[in-house]
Design a protein around this ligand. Sequence first.
Ligand SMILES: [Zn+2]
Ligand SMILES: [Zn+2]
Length: 282
Amino acid sequence: MRIVKLKGKKASLTNKGELSLLFVGVGSAFTKRQYQTNLLIIKGDTNLLVDCGTRCPHALYELGLSVTDIDNLVITHSHADHVGGLEEVALMNRYVAGKKTSIIITKEYQDMLWKNSLVGGCSFNERKDNKFLKFEDFWDVIRPEKLKDYPRETFEARIGSLDIKLFRTKHIPDNSTDWKDSVTSYGIIIDDKVMFTSDTRFDEELVLSFEKMFNLRSIFHDCQFFTGGVHASFEELNQLPADIKKKIYLVHYGDNWEKFEKTIENYGFMGLGKQSQYYIFN
Ligand SMILES: [Zn+2]
Ligand SMILES: [Zn+2]
């Protein structure tokens, strides 16, 4: 893996075909300094935005992009730092660009996302034959297939040469015992080589089982600088085996990261994931 810094340049949504990850932000839900942890994946002519939080449209703008430039989306769960910018994507595409964005989404999560988060701002803008707009009026749905013989519920979808596996995570509520006991939330594996957990509490079995299955090249893991609540702390993650910590970049962190950066390196992690740079995997 190599890292290429953007250095104030605009982001490109195409490349020569290598798998490339660009975090449009690396902050947690309410941070003010580094946007929110939403991830842009680029491979050849394919682009995929993983989550679109409240601050994502502005983060994209800073990279020289509009929400209407994005061709494909996948959403990991319904907190506003992951879905708060979706109404803008939907309305800008329907009423300005005149197109739909593709979205990788399970039926279960589509119903949850539409009814609990998007209906209010999207559905009631038009009425035909006494019916308001529905999810499919805004999005081209790519339905991922459920995979057999996985350590936990996992789905797969392909876009061009890009392979995305969606696995369930243990994020909310704060006292759920495992992924099965949690409200639906997902992390992803990209091309069987990179894991992005999105939001999860500390879940050793998640990391160990997929590491065993894929011998991952890098893991971008949710992190907070204190223990408790609905995220994994760097102290909890420090319990992972040393050879796995060497693969882990921590993301979704607070504005006070400078205080912890040295300790995180001393613990044996790769370090903090950064925005405005490409992580490139050949
Ligand atoms: Zn979050
Ligand atoms: Zn969350």
